[in-house]
Design a protein around this ligand. Structure first.
Ligand SMILES: [Zn+2]
Ligand SMILES: [Zn+2]
Length: 421
């Protein structure tokens, strides 16, 4: 019932395979120091955009008013309706108009509202509009685009990217608080690359204000929804905090499949926390991914993840261990007397990268051998940590307030408005 409302599906790293219409939650965390209790929220964030596309060249198109690009300290005028190209150049970037190279430099900055960004690949073309400031520099292998904008604008954009505009507002409000908490908690996640967060499900899905994509003759697109803006505005500054005042390490997942788990179990990182233990959830029971079944050819799987076993006709794969509440902790591959054990988070990541993210959908599953096939039967969709989006939507449809929904999935955290810290 919620499938048409919940845009997300494959949590984690799925965007590589199913761009744009499937998202599904903040992905595995990097190690973090964590803000101190009561720390102020960041006012602005730097989002690396078009990070999966890795463009060598972009086109900037002016809107209906004159625009000034700043290439290092030098202003370059872009007349209404005109466009220019920005490409990597020896040691920096170059600005082109037609066959004419206008200028070269190292850093281009422009008011993001004034331009539309377009990138083209062999089969794909993307167009984006952002809010705030857009900077373009030359990374090692491709152009690096960074949008700097207020925290609340990022929250609105992420909620809009994750939920259909028809989703119930209270579910969007709950998601906004979780997204804000995540963003405040992980500032600088990509500091080495010059920004705080990337725009893929590795961090938080972010399309900006307007987006469109053409692929294989098909166009998809959308705009920042009223739902996302209202969810950010209606929960402005609210975050989840633990009893000592520290920000809760908050995540969201597409569908928990009946129970959520902890970052330590799902990601294999961090310490289990008293406030981030999982909860039982029956609100997503009617969801499309409450249970799932997938199958894979054994030899295909062996060649993809354990090529040293691919020659063995009789190799098998089994779940090596579970948590008491049924989450897989590892898998074991065996052939004759050989046994290779993989932690679950590593197994899922390897399968996802090499065979696609639509095979091992969650961290709770069983593996059954069927001749040449392995059949996986599981529950839930995504990493299953934190807010269950399918469940939040059903709770909101039942009339529950966003703070009730948050209390349900984060029973030991408090949702604090800005006045409380
Ligand atoms: Zn990222
Ligand atoms: Zn659920």
């Amino acid at each position: 019932m919620t499938a048409h409302i919940l845009k997300c599906g494959l949590a984690g790293w799925c965007l590589l395979v199913f761009p744009f219409w499937i998202a599904g939650g903040s992905a595995a965390p990097a190690a973090r120091a964590g803000p101190s209790p009561g720390a102020r929220l960041p006012e602005t964030l730097r989002i690396g955009v078009l990070t999966l596309f890795q463009p060598q060249e972009i086109t900037l198109a002016a809107g209906s008013r004159p625009t000034t690009l700043h290439l290092d300290e030098r202003p370059v005028a872009l007349l209404p309706g005109r466009f220019c190209r920005v490409a990597k150049d020896a040691g920096g970037i170059a600005l082109w108009q037609g066959a004419r190279r206008l200028a070269t430099g190292t850093r281009l900055a422009v008011a993001a509202e004034d331009v539309t960004v377009e990138v083209s690949g062999r089969r794909t073309r993307l167009r984006r509009q952002f809010h705030g400031t857009l900077t373009v520099t030359a990374g090692e292998k491709h152009l690096q685009l960074v949008v700097t904008q207020p925290l609340e604008a990022v929250v609105a954009a992420v909620v809009s990217a994750e939920l259909s505009p028809e989703a119930p507002p209270e579910a969007a409000g709950a998601l906004a608080v979780v997204v804000r908490s995540y963003l405040a908690n992980h500032v600088g996640r990509h500091a080495g690359q010059g920004f705080d967060f990337c725009d893929s499900t590795h961090c938080q899905l972010f399309f900006g204000e307007q987006w469109a994509q053409w692929e294989a003759g098909r166009e998809t697109g959308g705009a920042l929804s009223t739902l996302g803006r209202q969810a950010a505005a209606g929960t402005q500054g609210e975050v989840l905090r633990e009893t000592g005042g520290e920000l809760t390490d908050a995540y969201f997942t597409a569908c928990c499949g009946g129970r959520t788990t902890t970052p330590a179990v799902a990601f294999g990182t961090g310490q289990a926390s008293a406030t981030t233990t999982g909860v039982r959830c029956q609100w997503c029971r009617a969801g499309r991914f409450f249970t799932w079944t997938r199958r894979v050819d054994r030899q295909t799987l062996a060649r993809a993840i354990l090529p040293e076993l691919a020659a063995a006709e009789d190799w098998q794969l089994a779940v090596a261990g579970h948590t008491p509440d049924g989450f897989v902790t590892g898998v074991v591959a065996s052939a004759g007397s050989r046994r290779i054990t993989l932690p679950n988070h590593r197994f899922r990541h390897m399968v996802g990268q090499r065979l696609g993210w639509n095979l091992v959908l969650s961290n709770r599953y069983a593996i059954e051998p069927h001749g040449e096939w392995l059949v996986l039967r599981g529950q839930g969709f995504g990493h299953q940590v934190g807010l269950c989006l399918a469940g939040a939507i059903t709770q909101a449809q039942a009339g529950r307030h966003y703070r009730d929904i948050l209390r349900y999935y984060f029973p030991k955290s408090a949702c604090r408005p800005p006045a409380d810290f």
